[in-house]
Ligand binder design. Structure first.
Ligand code: CTP
Length: 434
């Protein structure tokens, strides 16, 4: 019996998929089809898949060509599968020509001609809503968000606006964005989603204007130092039935959920200490201190809770700007210490000590690519990680896309209460520093 294997995502099942399965089956007696798993696709940054895994499997099954369907869950699984199922021939479309030649040491390789004029990507582009993003900024760097946004179905940064014409022109040339605008209002009108990336003092004004015009908004964090202003913005978003999202990427990355699971489900016991340090060197960004503080305070509030008994904040300033702050929070059963350096460098790390284990994240911990779990009495260190490329902005856009598809605004990953509490703490920091 000749055994054949082929793989694919088989999203929005089309004629090209049918044809390749038919021809793959004709190459042998028994056909195994590997369908990519959701986590595998998310991990490798393929965020444009529309159908669920169950639907994609069902569609492959309906063709009647597959004798067995398996799920492809990790990079390198193809080698394990060929060995495990004792495969004779690996079949794939010729869009992959040459990419799988290394498998010819395990079995025969056959690249079949693709069916012309059809692909899942083409169907997606023709079927789904397009969302044009407009960015308002005051410095000429995009932090890769233009590239990242494109990875999600239907999303693209098409419009830009900056009060400073020189910066606007430099940005347009550098990132090749389609449209520039003379006024913020005209950019709002041309866009579905506005991304506010400017000095904190201007953020509320720009956010308010976009929300009032009925547009969804993403903004660099924090929106403001004033919790009443933030509440007003949330109310305005609700009134206009639009999404207001803070640009905090870590909560959209699944390693962060694993971290929450470990700490909130008691897997490392009672939490005794939450300790984190953060600093970044980016002279282009003003008020970076507050953004770094937000990234640190959010996991603290999620893991330690809101009801600390005392907050002790020490601030060092360089002229008007905060260059370092140490924030100490005393909880009934534990303590949180957050050290944030803007111009002062600190070693980036996050450590959570529980009665049954310690979690450590190193270097750019806020990117949430990995953490270590140390268990007392054991030399083993368990590593939890994900291997995505880029800064994770695509996952935030994906979360927004899901809300838009579902026509439901869900605030479960970051709640309004958390953002308001963070703003209150920042207010406290500012008062201390006066
Ligand atoms: N395929 C094909 N002819 C097409 C489209 C796909 O023969 N017109 C083949 C691919 O070469 C692959 C299998 O079908 O062997 C599954 O491809 P998949 O990547 O799931 O489909 P695409 O339509 O190529 O998806 P996308 O546009 O997302 O890349």
């Amino acid at each position: 019996m000749k055994k054949i294997i082929t793989y694919g995502t088989f999203d929005l099942f089309h004629k090209g998929h049918y044809n390749i399965l038919k021809r793959a089956k004709e190459h042998g007696d028994y056909l195994i089809v590997g369908v990519t798993g959701e986590n595998y696709d998310i991990g490798r940054g393929k965020l444009n898949v529309y159908d669920s895994l169950a639907t994609r499997i069902e569609n492959v099954q309906k063709t009647g060509f597959a004798d067995e369907i398996i799920v492809e869950e990790y990079l390198g699984q193809k080698i394990s599968d060929i060995i495990k199922y004792d495969i004779d021939t690996f079949v794939i479309g010729d869009d992959w020509k040459g990419k799988f030649d290394h498998l010819s040491r395990y079995c025969d390789m056959v690249y079949l001609e693709r069916t012309k004029g059809i692909s899942s990507t083409k169907i997606r582009n023709e079927t789904f809503n397009q969302y044009d993003i407009g960015i308002i900024f005051d410095y000429p760097y995009d932090n890769d968000l233009i590239k990242e946004a494109k990875m999600v179905n239907g999303f693209e940064v098409k419009n830009i606006f900056c009060e400073d014409e020189k910066i606007l022109d430099a940005f347009k040339v550098k990132y090749d964005v389609e449209n520039t605008f003379d006024t913020y209002d005209s950019m709002i009108e041309a866009s579905d989603i506005i991304f506010v990336r400017c000095a904190i003092k201007d953020r509320v004004k720009y956010i308010r204007q976009a929300l009032t015009a009925g547009k969804h908004v993403i903004y660099d964090s924090p929106a403001t130092f004033n919790s009443d202003e933030l509440k007003e913005l949330f109310a305005l978003a609700k009134e206009n039935n639009v999404i207001l999202m803070e640009n905090i990427k870590m909560v959209h990355i699944y390693v962060f959920d694993q971290l929450l699971w470990m700490t909130q489900a008691g897997l490392i016991g009672d939490i005794l200490s939450f300790n984190c340090s953060i600093s970044k060197n980016d002279s282009n960004r003003s008020n970076l201190f507050y953004e770094l503080s937000t990234s640190s305070l959010l996991p603290m509030l999620k893991i330690m809770g809101f009801d600390y008994e005392k907050a002790d904040i020490q601030v060092n300033k360089d002229g008007e700007e905060i260059e370092f702050a140490s924030m100490n929070f005393v909880y009934a059963k534990g303590r949180a210490i957050i050290n944030v350096g803007d111009k002062i460098r600190v070693d980036n790390q996050l450590e959570i000590i529980g009665t049954k284990g310690t979690i450590r994240m190193k270097a750019d911990w806020w990117r949430c690519k990995s953490f270590e779990l140390h268990t007392p009495g054991s030399n083993d260190v368990q590593l939890f990680n994900t291997n995505f490329e880029g800064n994770g902005f695509k996952y935030l856009i994906k979360a927004m896309s899901t809300m838009l598809d579902n026509k439901r605004i869900t605030k479960k990953s970051i709640t309004e209460e958390e953002l308001i509490k963070i703003t209150e703490i920042l207010e406290h920091v500012n008062e201390t520093s006066m």
